[in-house]
Design a protein around this ligand. Structure first.
Ligand SMILES: C[S@@+](CC[C@H](N)C(=O)[O-])C[C@H]1O[C@@H](n2cnc3c(N)ncnc32)[C@H](O)[C@@H]1O
Length: 280
């Protein structure tokens, strides 16, 4: 057995890395290529220290047992990549505002319901951006049956999203008039999502590769920059499940470097790069 990363106190063998790889794949569908082995070492070492375990083997035995199930969730959290930003991949928001929300507004004003889902929401910038687009296009949204669901496997980022406070530096990409309308300045160079807009968004932890504890369908699903971490089989299975959860005429937005390969089986039509519509 080869010892790969002796730095930082713990010895770290190839077998340890393989065990973490297996756990990430089995629990979250996440692929950890060998290029991530140093990253895995530093992230898992943090958890070994936090839990007072003696070694990689001791820690991995612990998370594999019944007693370590809460810690297993923490391990998955540190193995996720949570990079995001407000209005990331701006063309999606332009499409949403120009082609989707006006129609959705008609449906809502006729007494229908609107459901949007940010399916790997990370620290919340994506669902809050969706909410700002909604408020700008449908100013009466709060009086209609419209909701945005924001979910992620990582409970810590979901909590950050729910708190909805960000460094002022980070919201610079948000148009000033939207910052004025939907954010409130705080102390210490922080801003907070304003009280009104908060009523639109609900945050929940959710593993996309497990059963989903809700039944309804969505008008809009953003599932962006998450399937890049999955293998082909997991990715295609997820596209099918997401497509099943779209209302006819609903839209699926995927990351700019991603693509839905199974559009026929999923009854989807590519309407713009990385934007798909469910056939009626
Ligand atoms: C790079 S972020 C993308 C955030 C946002 N969608 C965006 O495009 O800016 C990927 C997110 O996917 C989440 N994730 C990874 N595996 C997941 C799974 N099996 N179920 C739900 N979320 C997952 C991670 O926790 C992370 O927050």
């Amino acid at each position: 057995m080869t010892t790969m990363e002796p730095q930082g106190g713990f010895s770290y063998s190839e077998a340890d890395f393989r065990r973490v790889q297996d756990i990430a794949r089995r629990e979250a569908g996440i692929n950890l290529p060998i290029s991530k082995r140093s990253l895995v070492f530093s992230r898992v070492s943090r958890r070994i220290r936090a839990t007072g375990r003696a070694s990689f083997r001791d820690y991995l035995d612990y998370v594999s047992g019944r007693e370590g199930q809460d810690e297993l969730k923490e391990l998955i959290c540190v193995l996720t990549t949570n990079v995001t930003q407000f209005f990331r991949e701006k063309s999606h928001f332009e499409h949403l505002e120009a082609h989707v929300l006006p129609q959705l507004g008609e449906k809502l004003r006729a007494g229908g319901r609107g459901r949007l889902w940010s399916a790997a929401c990370s620290t919340g910038q994506e669902p809050w951006s969706m909410a700002m687009s909604v408020m700008a296009e449908l100013p009466d949204a709060l009086r209609m049956d419209l909701k945005i669901l924001a979910t992620d496997i990582n409970h810590a980022v979901v909590e950050t999203g729910r708190i909805g406070q960000y460094p002022a530096e980070e919201v610079r990409s948000v148009p000033q008039r939207w910052q004025d309308a939907y954010m409130e300045p705080m102390e210490m160079e922080q801003v907070s999502m304003a009280r009104e807009i908060r009523r639109l968004v609900t945050f929940r932890p959710l593993n996309l590769n497990r059963e989903w504890p809700f039944k309804g369908q969505f008008d809009v699903i953003f599932c962006r920059n998450v399937v890049i971490y999955f293998d082909d089989e997991t990715r295609n299975a997820l596209w099918k499940r997401l497509a099943d959860r779209l209302v006819p005429g609903g839209f699926l937005y995927v990351g700019h470097s991603e693509r839905v390969d199974c559009i026929r089986e999923c009854h989807l039509e590519a309407v713009a790069p990385t934007i798909y519509m469910k056939k009626g």
